[in-house]
Structure formats: structure tokens, C-alpha cells
Design a protein around this ligand. Structure first.
Ligand code: FES
Ligand code: FES
Length: 164
């Protein structure tokens, strides 16, 4: 089966997709986008989180065929979303904030957290700690104990507020 979709603003086509193949597999193995990570493949860890028509989803649970004609944004595309590039840099503000707050250790969870955090900040520019916890509740991190991740999202939100 052939699947046509838009990924990070570019039309893409994947051929010979087998029935049951996941969107995560298509992104990583067919389209050369390894940023979304493959850990549990069961929807438990959030390391494969991407946006599908704007909504964060576990791409390991989305059949590639379900993405036909739809818009996908992966961690590789975050910096290119309109108005999101950090001042003078190559990274989206949320990516820069994760670095500045020391929220990245092994980094395996980081792409999924970035996609989820970025989506929340777009919807909710002034989140409470509860809002942040809720938005990131599907993303597991084995390294950081989450406090630095909370700091990073608070920092990204504060910088976003300053920029308004
Ligand atoms: S790999 Fe998709 S949720 Fe863990
Ligand atoms: S930084 Fe290692 S799993 Fe989160």
C-alpha cells in the first residue's frame, strides 16, 4: 500500500507499506526521521509522540494507513513551526529551554516530551504545574526524576510570556 502524508510541512510518500505497519516505523525507517523514538511500541512510554493534525499521539499505535492525507509534525519539525524558532538559533524555544534547564540526560524520552510540551504551550501559554504534569503524563522518563523537565517547561512558558 502507498501512503501519502505531510510531514513537517513537506509532502511525503511511503511505498510498500504493509498492513499494520505503524506510523512510527514509516517515519523512522522509510522517511529517514529517527527523532521519534521506539521504546515500548505499546503506547505506554510516549517516546514516539508526534502531532497528527495537531494532536499529540503515540505514533507506535497509529497505523500508517490512518495517516493518509494527514499532517504529521515530528521533533525534527518543531523548530520550523511558524514563529517557534528560538531567537537567532536553530532550535524551537522549548528545545532550548530543555537544554538550559538541564532536562536532558540519556535523551531517549526527550523527543516525545518536546512534542507534547510544545503542543501544550501552544494551547496554554501560561500553564500551572498541574497543567504541565497533565500534558506530560503520557511521557515516561527513567533518568531525570521529572523536576528538571518541569523546570524546562516552566522556563519555556516564562520566555514565551516575555516575548508577547
Ligand atoms: S514507543 Fe510508542 S508509546 Fe512507547
Ligand atoms: S532523559 Fe533518559 S529517559 Fe528521560
Amino acid at each position: 500500500m502507498r501512503v501519502n502524508l505531510t510531514v513537517n510541512g513537506r509532502p511525503q510518500q511511503a511505498d510498500d507499506v504493509w498492513e499494520g505497519e505503524s506510523l512510527l516505523y514509516v517515519l523512522r525507517e522509510r522517511l529517514g526521521l529517527p527523532g521519534s523514538k521506539n521504546a515500548c511500541e505499546q503506547g505506554e512510554c510516549g517516546s514516539c509522540t508526534v502531532r497528527l493534525d495537531g494532536v499529540p499521539v503515540c505514533s507506535c499505535l497509529v497505523a500508517a494507513g490512518q495517516a493518509e492525507g494527514r499532517e504529521v509534525v515530528t521533533v525534527e519539525g518543531l523548530a520550523d513551526l511558524a514563529g517557534r524558532r528560538a531567537e537567532g538559533g536553530e532550535l524551537a524555544p522549548v528545545q532550548q529551554a530543555f537544554i538550559d534547564a538541564g532536562a536532558v540526560q540519556c535523551g531517549f524520552c526527550t523527543p516525545g516530551l518536546l512534542v507534547a510540551a510544545d503542543e501544550m504551550l501552544e494551547r496554554n501559554p501560561n500553564p500551572s504545574d498541574e497543567d504541565i504534569r497533565e500534558a506530560l503524563s503520557g511521557n515516561l522518563c527513567r533518568c531525570t526524576g521529572y523536576e528538571k523537565i518541569m523546570d524546562a517547561v516552566r522556563l519555556a512558558a516564562a520566555r514565551q510570556q516575555e516575548a508577547v
